[in-house]
Design a protein around this ligand. Structure first.
Ligand code: TTP
Ligand code: GDP
Ligand code: 5AD
Length: 638
């Protein structure tokens, strides 16, 4: 449904045209007739206020850090006027949880009274949250902006659901996924527990269909609900390299028909497999039903197939699952089998995570990084995201329970390429890789510090005892704090380059709805060219033909060096950049290693092996012009 009328969208936020278009289409609240009823400023303020309200629960006279198991009543039926119905419901929900866990000293009516009497405090927190968002220094993941203070109230982007080896379990997972997609979240699954195709089914004496058949059910279900949701569904499908159906899995997306088009797929690769590969040896396939070895095959055979398929179609990626579990700070809660759809967030079954990203391009002034400002923004972001865990309306009770046990959050970055350009550092350089480590180390450490500060007041995450943090004697509020998300949409809202990716095109032609064609030039490039007196429309049209400036004589060498696009950059630098960030990220890094159309199969292999050697948690490539249909549509060039 198209927005019919736009009220006051042109406020003073200086949003780009594309940002406004994206916001109008899916983020700004609408009335029942589809009219937009808020401005972008109001959207950020709605979000800030909703999350600030949570702070009331951590006031000294209300919160009981020790958690002494007492029942607390909600005897308030009537909503006070200063709260919206969704705010009131959110507070009731959070209160119910806190009292059940024994963290409340008071009854709900006391909380509401305190909200009024301590409104100044709440207002200050609200202003702090609003300030970073209004300047687009920090932007939370899309579901938070879309659903804060709405009936849905679901604020997280990432979910992982278990798929047990039974008909009931499988179809519960289909249903749960549908509920999550409806609210704008993405789901990841491991299908490794399902018995292989052709295996026995006891009660019916029948034959099992195997993981691939059931993945088709998830795929169709995802398709069917796409019209009614906030955005179309997105899935990650993982299968262990030891599963007997692994070969079928690896080739599953290689078809003229758009099979599994709502899935990204990844092979969970183990150390055992990589060892066998390096020794050019055989490794075991096991039936998950009973753990029995079915047969042994050459690791090289499977690896070659993974690489060839990735070259051909972009799928599958790989997850280095043992590395993921080695680095997992809450190992005592279970084993990680899957990530969310774009790979940046490994999660336990039924865990969810909310993400948010800092716009690095805004933290450069006169060629220097504004570290103090960056530190403040990190602390505000962590505070905000910890509140999201309490405010969230979880789609399932199991997800609520698991998420609150570890309280994982994922703070990341966007605008990295633009930050480098402003600092005059080429993306594909040692200096950039070093700076990546320095910047991310800073953000990671500050986010831990912020989370520890929260723990002093709010207590550690409930599953802290037994965690890696506990072993180190560090009291922290969130089991993880950092994740590098793709920022596909929020980078458009912020008006900067996405995630840690290099620029994709320096100039390109955008087709707009009415058939017009608009030339779009990267603003930093435009600025530099104008400053040098070299800018002309004609030249920009020439750039737009390929998106690259590398073969354009009128662009000076030093500017060419700074403005290399994703395809101008050697894949080695893509992977090194991913690894540099991964080194200082608690969760994982989503990165599209873009290869040129003429890249060879061995280029793909080199990329995957380098990622493994540099201790990335996973890797995917996308070769230009390969036929893969991306699950996530970035919303550009429409
Ligand atoms: P279940 O529903 O658990 O079947 P069951 O209880 O009869 O089997 P068992 O006692 O052996 O566990 O499903 C088991 C697996 O078989 C699960 O992977 C789904 C698959 N399956 C099919 O592929 N087709 C079928 O018609 C049935 C009934 C199961
Ligand atoms: P953004 O907040 O919209 O910019 O999202 P990102 O591009 O950073 O993606 C982060 C995560 O959000 C992904 O890994 C998915 O879990 C989820 N996600 C992103 N885009 C979509 C989408 O179009 N549909 C659904 N269902 N989930 C998405
Ligand atoms: N594993 C992890 N991430 C993937 N993406 C696509 N396929 C996979 C996969 N199999 C990610 C890309 C990009 C986003 C659009 O999805 O790397 O960040």
């Amino acid at each position: 449904r198209q927005a019919k009328k736009v009220i006051g969208v042109q406020d003073d936020l200086k949003l780009t045209v594309n940002a406004i278009k994206v916001l109008e289409a899916r983020y700004l609240l609408k009335d029942e007739n589809g009219n937009v009823i808020e401005t972008p400023r109001q959207m950020f303020e709605r979000t800030a206020r909703y999350l600030a309200l949570v702070d009331i629960f951590y006031e000294d006279d209300i919160y009981d850090k020790e958690g002494k198991q007492k029942e607390r009543k909600i005897d308030v039926e009537e909503k006070p006027e200063f709260l919206s119905i969704w705010e009131f419901n959110m507070l009731k929900r959070a209160f119910t949880y806190f009292s059940k866990e024994g963290y409340m000293k008071v009854d709900f009516s006391y909380v509401l009274d305190s909200l009024k009497s301590k409104w100044d405090k709440i207002e200050r927190v609200k202003n702090k949250f609003a300030e970073v968002m209004l300047h687009r220094k920090y932007v939370p993941n899309s579901p938070t902006l879309m659903n804060a203070n709405t009936k849905l109230g679901q604020l997280s982007a990432c979910f992982v659901l278990p798929v047990p080896d039974s008909i009931e379990g499988i179809f519960n997972a289909v249903k749960y996924a549908a509920m999550i997609h409806k609210s704008g979240g993405g789901t990841g699954f491991s299908f490794s527990r399902l018995r292989p195709k052709g295996d026995i089914v006891a009660s019916t004496m029948g034959v099992a269909s195997g993981p691939l058949s059931f993945m088709r059910v998830f795929d169709v279900a995802t398709d069917v609900i796409k019209q009614g949701g906030k955005r179309r569904g997105a899935n990650m499908g993982v299968l262990s390299v030891h599963h007997p159906d692994i070969l079928e899995f690896i080739t599953s997306k290689d078809s003229e028909n758009k099979v599994l088009s709502n899935f990204n797929i990844s092979v969970a690769v183990t150390d055992e497999f990589m060892d066998a590969l390096l020794r050019d040896d055989y490794y075991p396939l096991r039936n998950p039903r009973n753990g029995e070895e079915v047969k042994r095959i050459k690791a090289r055979q499977v690896w070659d197939l993974i690489i060839t398929q990735a070259w051909k179609t972009g799928d599958p990626g790989v997850i280095f699952i043992d590395e993921v579990n080695r680095k997992h700070p809450v190992k005592h809660l279970g084993e990680i089998e899957s990530t969310n759809p774009c790979g940046e967030q490994p999660l336990l079954p039924y865990e969810s995570c909310n993400l948010g990203s800092i716009n690095l391009s805004l933290f450069v002034e006169n060629g220097k990084i504004k570290w103090d400002d960056l530190r403040d923004t990190v602390h505000t972001a962590v505070h905000f995201m910890d509140n999201v865990i309490d405010a969230n309306n979880y789609p399932l009770p199991q997800v609520a329970e698991m998420t609150r046990r570890s309280r994982k959050i994922g703070l990341g970055v966007m605008g990295w390429a633009e930050m480098l350009i402003k600092l005059g550092i080429p993306y594909d350089s040692e200096e950039a890789v070093e700076l990546a480590e320095k910047v991310m180390k800073f953000i990671n450490e500050e986010s831990h510090r912020a989370s520890m500060k929260l723990a002093e007041k709010r207590g550690v995450f409930p599953a802290w005892e037994g965690s890696e943090w506990w072993k180190k004697g560090m009291k922290i509020r969130n089991a993880t704090t950092t994740t590098i998300a793709p920022t596909g949409t929020i980078s458009i809202i912020a008006g900067t380059s996405s995630s840690i990716e290099p620029l994709f095109a320096i100039a390109f032609i955008r087709r707009v709805l009415d058939g017009q064609e608009l030339l779009e030039v990267n603003p930093l490039f435009e600025e530099i060219m104008k400053r040098e007196g070299l800018y002309s429309e004609e030249l920009m049209h020439k750039v737009a033909e390929t998106g690259s400036v590398q073969h354009i004589d009128d662009v000076p060498e030093n500017i060419k060096r700074l403005f290399r696009t994703a395809h101008d950059i050697d894949p080695v630098w893509h992977v090194r950049m991913q690894a540099a960030f991964q080194k200082y990220v608690d969760n994982a890094v989503s990165k599209t290693v873009n290869l040129r159309h003429d890249a060879s199969i061995s280029d793909v292999e080199d990329t995957y092996i380098l990622a493994w050697k540099l201790k990335c948690k996973g890797i995917t490539i996308y070769r230009d012009g390969s036929k893969n249909v991306q699950v996530i549509y970035k919303g550009t060039k429409t």
